[in-house]
Design a protein around this ligand. Structure first.
Ligand SMILES: Nc1ncnc2c1ncn2[C@@H]1O[C@H](COP(=O)(O)OP(=O)(O)OP(=O)(O)O)[C@@H](O)[C@H]1O
Ligand SMILES: [Mg+2]
Length: 288
């Protein structure tokens, strides 16, 4: 093959020379692409995780539409702060503990989910007061600096009373253990938070907006181009492609990713080896 593949990252070049099926399968792999809003989120979270324990720990609600990339940001942030082993004490120190809000806001389920994440043995049938006490003990031991709760919009599935109870539980943990709390969810999470004005005022808001035509979005597409295993350059940051991807994706990162994968597969199968607007249009109507 004569192509020098300079439009690709060096680590992707050998994949680009592989068989079609190998390349198509590789599209399903997890990947992380940096973009400015994610960098801003990391900056905020890095700052929060370093705050020494104090009475009123700052908390944040990170929210945005489904499929915008919230959970990926949190996961990447966690990978940047892996657990550290304290040789002297012989214990693992986890700065960040993350969990998902149970689908129905039930305090016992909240504690059992958290204990599960903490790797602590527990009796799921235990009384709420026992689970609460155990959770506090385990958290004291591990002394994380940050608790991340994803899917916080599940709170809205409960009654007003249950919502208040769950928010109180979070407030209690934040105060008692002096850790920062990061809530993650859709706009509904923001509505749920508003049911408690004291909680609401305590949480700063960090929005992850949908993509619009911008330098950042062109940068995102250019970054995708460097990792999609096509043998010819597509120039995805050019105007027609940018408009087509934006229209077809609704500005959602997950849709952008899905569309570009589908378009890449089409460009491999038809032998063009580069994505053009017709691939995007075709990919728009495909399911995968
Ligand atoms: N930084 C990124 N690099 C590459 N792909 C990404 C990135 N962020 C998100 N994606 C893609 O978008 C998809 C959706 O991301 P994610 O699951 O984080 O969304 P979400 O905002 O948590 O959605 P939901 O509210 O439904 O949970 C991912 O599965 C992935 O394909
Ligand atoms: Mg998510």
């Amino acid at each position: 093959m004569g192509a020098s593949l300079t439009h690709l990252l060096p680590e992707v070049r050998s994949l680009a020379k592989s068989d079609d099926n190998v390349r198509i399968l590789a599209l399903a792999r997890d990947r992380w692409i940096d973009y400015p809003r994610a960098t801003q989120a990391f900056k905020l979270l890095d700052w929060m995780v370093k705050i020494p324990p104090r009475q009123r720990m700052p908390c944040v609600l990170l929210y945005g539409d489904s499929n915008i990339g919230k959970t990926q940001v949190i996961a990447k942030f966690e990978r940047r702060h892996p657990p550290e082993y304290d040789e002297e004490k012989g214990v693992e120190h986890r700065k960040i503990v993350s969990m998902q809000m149970p689908p129905t806001p039930d305090q016992s389920r909240f504690y059992t989910s958290l204990l599960f994440e903490l790797g602590a043995p527990f009796n799921a049938a235990a009384k709420l007061s026992v689970l609460e006490k155990l959770t506090r003990e385990v958290l004291r031991e591990i002394s994380p600096r940050m608790l991340v709760v994803d899917e916080v919009h599940h709170l809205l599935a409960g009654s007003y009373r249950e919502q208040r109870a769950s928010l109180n539980l979070l407030k209690f943990l934040a105060n008692d253990l002096q850790m920062t709390i990061v809530l993650v969810g859709t706009q509904d999470a923001e509505f749920a938070l508003q049911t408690d004005s004291q909680m609401s005022s305590r949480f700063a808001r960090f929005v992850m907006p949908r993509w619009q035509e911008s330098e950042a979005f062109r940068g995102l597409l250019a970054a995708f181009e460097r990792i999609l295993p096509l043998r010819r350059p597509s120039n995805l940051a050019k105007r027609e492609v940018v408009s087509a991807v934006l229209a077809a994706s609704g500005g959602l990162t997950g849709e952008v990713s899905r569309l570009l994968n589908a378009a890449t597969e089409l460009a491999i199968r038809d032998g063009r080896e580069m994505i053009d607007v017709s691939h995007i249009e075709q990919a728009r109507s495909s399911v995968f």
